[in-house]
Design a protein around this ligand. Structure first.
Ligand code: 0WD
Ligand code: CA
Length: 383
């Protein structure tokens, strides 16, 4: 059973008190004051090992080792013989976050300050999701290429949000060129050149790159009136003992093509820095280390970007992106989800979909393959 709503506008909605059926993504609608965004608080972390097994600890956290300014790292090294690639055909949805929640239930009691009239929530948060899904929402008003699908289920008052791969994304994934596949390795290789397993250690440049391994932070924050719990993968931390506490000691590592022309610089500011900013701003990661590489995958220079200064950096670009538009759109989307997703039922999925140049719409799916809250979670959280 699936109901599809397309192209409806809230103003012409004939049913009194029924929720709006679409949400506009037009930038102009979201150009107002920056909404409240509470300083993110790390409430836990978890690790995924070389076989993608979950551990409720920081065993995979790595430590940054600052490279030379012009290091000449070859990112192609090891691609053929020292690369274990995660199987991206396996859909994990939000299972790891759910595992973390079950292992940390005692930290997640409903907040005492919650209004007496609000429904009882097991977790004391309204939304549970990956940081990466929120990044996609933040960049939506500026995205012209890739749409998204977000599945939402309400359980005991909490809204769980999990991405569904679009048909276009699946096609792209299954038809990648050999060059593109190799370039996907380059980012991970850069991590290996700049991270050590211990605070005083050295990077192991001759080791195996295994993309099953991950360290994820779990943070709690509030966007406007929305209380959020999300998790994001963190590349490494500042090894210095006097570094600030998590998440403010974390660093994001990136690689990007070296910038040789004004056009390349402009594109970098307009498109790439938007994504980098959104991803790191959400969990409060203060610095992004960028390795600029040539066409042969050699890192020719390394630069640090302070997340909080990125929006200043791009202000000279004509018609550039604005953080306030990103945050206001995300906040409005979460409000939209709250009004639409009424039925509290782990077997019901509200599928929100968006394609560039369209509005956000949704459809409802009952007892279908879209259901993503596993029985082990529903059973455990309900008891
Ligand atoms: O099922 C899905 N559709 C997704 C699952 C989409 C995005 C992420 N994930 C899961 C994975 O379990 C991954 O461990 O989320 C984890 C990372 O979550 P995130 O931090 O919320 O994701 P995001 O901010 O998009 O990516 C952070 C890093 C990436 O670094 P770069 O520098 O390229 O942005 O996580 C890695 C990648 O290194 N990453 C992934 N790892 C495994 N599976 C995935 C993925 N699908 N996407 C990005
Ligand atoms: Ca990274």
């Amino acid at each position: 059973l699936s109901h599809d709503f397309h192209g409806g506008i809230s103003a012409s909605d004939p049913m009194p008190c029924s929720p709006p059926q679409t949400l506009s993504t037009r930038r102009q609608l979201y150009e107002r004051d920056f909404p409240l965004y509470q300083r993110p608080v790390e409430i836990g972390c978890f690790s995924l090992d070389m076989k993608r097994r979950f551990f409720n600890d920081a065993r995979q956290l790595r430590y940054y080792v600052e490279p030379e300014h012009h290091p000449n790292f070859s990112l192609r090294d090891g691609y053929r013989d020292r690369y274990v690639k995660r199987d991206d055909g396996v859909k994990e949805r939000i299972d790891h976050i759910l595992r973390w929640i079950l292992a940390n239930r005692s930290k997640l009691r409903p907040s005492e300050t919650a209004a007496a009239s609000s429904p009882p929530r097991v977790l004391g948060v309204e939304f549970v999701t990956w940081r990466g899904h929120l990044t996609k929402l933040l960049t939506t008003p500026y995205e012209t290429r890739e749409g998204w699908l977000l599945a939402v289920t309400r359980l005991h008052g909490t809204l769980y949000v999990s991405e569904v791969e679009t048909e276009a994304a699946r096609q792209e994934r299954q038809t990648r060129t050999a060059r593109h596949q190799e370039m996907m390795y380059w980012g991970y290789k850069f991590e290996q050149y700049t991270c050590a397993a211990t605070a005083g250690g050295r990077p192991d440049q001759g080791g195996v790159v295994n993309t099953n391994e991950a360290f994820c932070t779990v943070v709690r924050t509030q966007l406007a009136s929305h209380r959020l719990l999300f998790s994001g993968e963190v590349d490494c931390r500042d090894p210095h003992p006097s570094a600030p506490p998590a998440p403010f000691c974390y660093l994001e590592l990136k690689t990007s093509a070296e910038i040789c022309t004004p056009k390349q610089r402009s594109n970098f500011h307009r498109y790439k820095l938007l994504k980098w900013w959104a991803q790191s701003f959400l969990p409060g990661v203060p610095r992004i280390i960028a390795g600029f590489r040539d066409d042969d995958g050699v890192v020719v220079s390394v630069e640090t970007y302070e997340t909080s200064k990125i929006s200043q950096l791009i202000k000279n670009e004509y018609n550039c992106w604005k953080p306030t538009v990103c945050m206001n759109f995300c906040s409005e989307f979460l409000s939209f989800v709250k009004t639409v997703v009424r039925e509290d039922n782990p077997r019901v999925v509200y599928l929100f979909s968006w394609e560039p140049h369209r509005e956000v719409s949704y459809s409802i799916h009952r007892d279908t393959d879209h259901c993503f809250l596993p029985d082990w979670y529903v059973k455990e959280i309900t008891s």
